[in-house]
Design a protein around this ligand. Structure first.
Ligand SMILES: [Zn+2]
Length: 440
């Protein structure tokens, strides 16, 4: 038997059948013991988890790490630290870096930086060269490195014929295309959701139809090609309904929603504070309700942060000129807990943030090993990967932008308090966060 190196003591493991009061012993990067009480010699590190839930480490499908190219906003290291503090043990880095992750060399560099980071870093590749929407990127070359998800995120693939070709190609490779659904013509010049607030504030609007028309087109392309599509950051009631129907039809579609689209509406823009500028934009009350309903009924498979750091000199400019994006990694779980715990069991909430996104990202047991990653998303069982999140549902998270691990400060939740706080995060058996403090 592997020697025990860490014991997580006194907490309750989250299982589909309910909470199970049990100690968890880790040896190396593996779970080696599960028992009511595990006694160990004093040299073994014991993490106090009394009153806490022990869940598989969270997996974020949508993290902008900004490296290479925008290191003043975030690096692989600082973004991964923010992730660890947020309870994440794995993030999928978005390819809209400078240069874009559209070739094996760039992917290799980011993966190499991730190897020593406090969270596992997987990468998604671009669908088109330079994310320019013109020519297909070398998907095969990237797939050989273990890349499972491809996206031009930040932009949608506008050309339907090119998207169809990419889907045919992706199907052959066994990889998934993820779409940022936005018709550039419909959203052109827009700064916020088109609705009562954009009229009142005199800001150009982005209609819900800009997103929904591409969701609808891509569902048609899934029907045509049989290739899977993952829909990034769904934000409108219409999009959620389209995905619900596509799933009812049995089409291979999955979807994610961002925490801010579960809580904030376009009314936040009232003071023209650019911290509330995000793409897709904050929508109306009905849209927020539809996103929550979609998470509850299984239409939406994952909560994904769209963590998008921007340096203050770039972000703190007039609303219409500011780049879209907000931080999310350190607030996602407490926010999701606050919104969803009255509606969903702990197992369902953690599934939306761990096992289900891990499945989409190819980070569950069988796929992960093939790509050189450790496995994420549980289950917490003997022999399972020691990637864990220990969450205290009764503590609170007070958001102080100056104390976030991210290099940037653009959180829309400054001064807010959420119920629930990440207490410990364990990556491959190593406690990288203890009592809400990053260990490296
Ligand atoms: Zn996007």
């Amino acid at each position: 038997m592997t020697e025990i190196s860490v014991v997580v003591r006194g907490g309750s493991v989250v299982t589909p059948e309910g909470l199970r009061r049990i100690d968890v012993a880790l040896g190396g990067s593996t779970i080696v013991g599960l028992a009511e009480t595990i006694e160990v010699p004093s040299a073994v590190r014991v993490l106090d988890a009394r009153g806490c839930l022990i869940a598989p480490g969270l997996v974020d499908l949508h993290t902008h790490l900004r490296q290479p190219g925008r290191e003043e906003a975030e690096t692989v290291e600082t973004g991964a630290r923010a992730a660890a503090l947020g309870g994440y043990t794995a993030v999928l880095a978005m390819p809209n870096t400078e240069p874009a992750i559209d070739a094996a060399g760039v992917a290799r560099d980011v993966l190499a930086l991730g190897r020593t980071a406090p969270a596992e870093v997987a990468v998604s590749g671009a669908i088109t060269v330079g994310r320019a929407g013109q020519a297909l990127a070398p998907l095969g070359e990237l797939a050989e490195l273990g890349v499972r998800i491809f996206t031009d995120d930040g932009a949608g693939v506008q050309d339907g014929a090119l998207m169809r070709r990419a889907l045919d190609y992706a199907k052959g490779l066994g990889v998934t295309l993820a779409q940022h659904c936005e018709d550039d013509h419909l959203s052109s010049g827009g700064a916020m959701h088109e609705g009562c607030w954009s009229s009142r504030l005199g800001l150009p609007g982005i209609p819900a139809a800009a997103e929904e028309s591409m969701v609808a087109r891509d569902i048609q392309l899934v029907r045509l090609t049989g290739a899977p599509v993952h829909f990034l950051h769904l934000s409108t009631a219409g999009s959620v309904e389209l995905v619900r129907q596509a799933k009812a039809e049995g089409l291979p579609v999955t979807a994610e929603a961002a925490p801010h689209h579960m809580l904030l509406t376009h009314a936040e823009v009232a003071n023209y504070d650019p911290v509330f500028k995000v793409n897709p934009p904050l929508r109306a009350d009905d849209d927020v309700a539809a996103v929550i309903a979609g998470l509850c009924d299984g239409t939406i498979d994952a909560i994904a942060t769209d963590h998008a750091p921007h340096a203050p000199e770039v972000k703190d400019v007039p609303f219409d000129q500011a780049p879209p994006g907000m931080l999310g990694l350190q607030t996602a779980l407490p926010l999701a807990w606050q919104v969803l715990s009255p509606r969903l069991s702990p197992a369902r909430i953690f599934a939306l943030m761990s096992s289900q996104p891990a499945g989409i990202a190819g980070l569950r047991v069988t796929d992960a090993r093939r790509a050189g990653h450790s496995a994420h998303g549980g289950p917490i069982e003997l022999g399972g990967s020691a990637n864990l999140c220990v969450f205290d549902p009764t503590a609170s998270t007070v958001v102080d932008p100056t104390r976030l691990a991210s290099r940037s400060r653009n959180t829309p939740y400054a001064g807010r308090t959420f119920t629930g706080a990440v207490r410990h995060t364990i990556l491959r058996g190593e406690p990288v966060v203890i009592d809400a403090v990053a260990q490296r």
